[in-house]
Design a protein around this ligand. Structure first.
Ligand code: MN
Length: 132
């Protein structure tokens, strides 16, 4: 049954955040592919597209939005829903993330009670506004 699980690319450079999100996603029945830096994300772009991407907006040496831009330039990845993750939400961030190719936004620290449900809802809905 393992191959039936939706695959989620989880981009997060903070080890504690990565562990918590991985635990919550695996508990909810997802398979998690972790990526801790921009290099690993770009390596993932050369492989098969996941069902959904969770993208930390603050990575050492790169920002999440430029990686999302690269992601959207890949034919196979264009339709993959992307949820932005950030710890330092500021006014206008949500709009900036959505305009930059993300479909949703989750603030860190993640709410353990609702995190997996937010992911499930975005998986079900697909890209925001049905945008391919
Ligand atoms: Mn980070």
């Amino acid at each position: 049954m393992t191959d039936c699980k939706p695959l989620i690319l989880l981009v997060e450079d903070n080890e504690q955040n990565l562990e918590l999100a991985t635990y919550l996603l695996e508990e909810a029945g997802y398979e998690v592919a972790p990526a801790r830096d921009a290099r690993s994300v770009r390596a993932a772009f050369d492989g098969p597209a996941p069902s959904l991407v969770l993208m930390d907006m603050h990575l050492p040496g790169s920002d999440g939005l430029s990686l999302v831009r690269e992601l959207r330039s890949r034919a196979d990845w264009r339709t993959v829903p992307v949820i932005a993750l950030t710890a330092h939400a500021m006014r206008g961030d949500r709009e900036r993330f959505l305009a930059g190719g993300c479909d949703d936004y989750i603030a860190k620290p993640v709410d353990t009670a609702s995190f997996a449900r937010q992911v499930a809802e975005r998986l079900r809905a697909g890209r925001a506004g049905g945008a391919p």
